[in-house]
Design a protein around this ligand. Structure first.
Ligand SMILES: NC(=O)c1ccc[n+]([C@@H]2O[C@H](COP(=O)([O-])OP(=O)(O)OC[C@H]3O[C@@H](n4cnc5c(N)ncnc54)[C@H](O)[C@@H]3O)[C@@H](O)[C@H]2O)c1
Ligand SMILES: [Zn+2]
Ligand SMILES: [Zn+2]
Length: 368
């Protein structure tokens, strides 16, 4: 079967024939229908985010169950599933506290590149190839822990289901679950890519009054309006902090969501919120980056800074809920998918992401 492998930082992905072993106890093999092209994969390709290499990349995806390992009774071949990049065990401190995105199981799989038993199912000519976040959706077949899947309605098109696996759950979740934005609030979203556009539509769902989109590309600001932004600011043309103050009676916004992963824009976002406002950091900054924030303002202005991992989601509740909103015409997924590429053109898909040409693109492995 074909898969896209990153062998070293700074290199393009190699699309090649790989061997995939059968699922072991508690694991599920999935035939991937579509894998979404997220900036987090690009961070790994650039070296801004680390992962054990070589690795089959891709952490956003959906597909059809092919085989189940011993002891798995909740899935059967033919089930349609969304792939989760943080498996959650349901039993650890974090899962029991209602914070499954912080689960020990998912974190262990992410940083080791191995499944729970400490081994990989992927190889090529005897060389081990790692899993990425327990998903590896840039492959025709992949193996996941049973805790890393959610069964979905088979009528949902699988490319639309795929983007729920990261962009939608992360962006909408940051607004609804992490920040709990209330009706009538004002919010800023800095960075209007696949994830930021979902923070914008999360703001519409929450009933925010002002949803101010900030980007440096006009085509992204046009997408932002389509997803519900009430105001747009091109930060390459005007000072975005001043522009936000003007739109919020001089106070600053109630909430700002940084969805780029740049220490400079995280600092800008902090300065865009009002006294007592909340900054939510969604973007993944380079591993060694630090942020500079005026220390006394934290106390004097009672500002809050929150991280949001995977939209603070409870995936088994949130994924079906988001897909129901799509079916009800209240969540834009068709509009999110700007392009579909075959796996042979995966490096072109990443070039388009680098250049900022797309809202989201997906790699199509099957036509369903
Ligand atoms: N917290 C999480 O759980 C989580 C999950 C998925 C992705 N992410 C991260 O979220 C970020 C966004 O991912 P994406 O796939 O939407 O990326 P993307 O490349 O599609 O979007 C980034 C956007 O930021 C804009 N931008 C870049 N520099 C800017 C600046 N200085 N000012 C304003 N806008 C600027 C770009 O034009 C682009 O539209 C990445 O860092 C990604 O790794 C985090
Ligand atoms: Zn992602
Ligand atoms: Zn857990």
């Amino acid at each position: 079967m074909k898969g896209a492998v990153l062998y070293a930082v700074g290199q393009p992905l190699q699309v090649e024939e790989l061997t995939v072993q059968n699922p072991r106890q508690g694991e599920v093999m999935v035939r991937v229908a579509a894998g979404g092209v997220c900036h987090s994969d690009l961070h790994v390709m650039n070296g801004d985010l680390t992962a054990p290499l070589p690795v089959v990349l891709g952490h956003e995806g959906a597909g059809v169950v092919e085989k189940v390992g011993e002891g798995v009774s909740e899935f059967k071949p033919g089930d349609h599933v969304v792939l989760l990049w943080r498996a959650s065990c349901g039993e650890c401190f974090f899962c029991l506290s209602g914070r499954p995105a912080l689960c020990d199981l998912g974190a262990g799989i992410r940083w080791s590149g191995h499944l729970a038993d400490g081994t990989s199912r992927f190889s090529r000519a005897g060389q081990e190839i790692r899993h990425f976040a327990g998903v590896s959706s840039f492959a025709e077949l992949t193996v996941l822990p049973r805790e890393g899947l959610v069964k979905i309605d088979p009528e949902i098109p699988l490319a639309q289901a795929a983007v729920v696996g990261c962009a939608v759950m992360t962006g909408v979740g940051a607004v609804i679950n992490t920040a709990k934005v209330e009706p009538g609030a004002s919010m800023v979203v800095i960075g209007c890519g696949g994830v930021g556009l979902n923070a914008i539509q999360g703001g519409s769902l929450a009933g925010a009054e002002k949803i101010i989109a900030v980007d440096i590309l006009d085509n992204k600001l046009a997408y932002a309006r389509q997803f519900g932004a009430t105001h747009t600011i091109n930060a390459s043309q005007v000072d975005p902090i001043e522009a936000i103050k003007e739109l919020t009676e001089g106070r600053g916004a109630d909430y700002a969501f940084e969805v780029i992963g740049n220490p400079k824009t995280i600092t800008q976002a902090y300065r865009m919120i009002r006294r007592g406002g909340t900054l939510v950091v969604v973007g993944v900054a380079p591993v060694t980056a630090e942020v500079s924030i005026n220390a006394s303002s934290i106390m004097l202005e009672e500002k809050m800074i929150r991280g949001s991992l995977y939209g603070s989601c409870r995936p088994k509740l949130d994924a079906p809920r988001l897909l129901n909103l799509y079916k009800a015409g209240k969540l834009k997924l068709d509009e999110l998918i700007s392009r579909e590429y075959p796996i042979a053109q995966i490096n072109e898909a990443f070039d388009a992401l680098r250049r900022g040409e797309v809202a989201r693109s997906v790699i199509r492995m099957t036509s369903s």
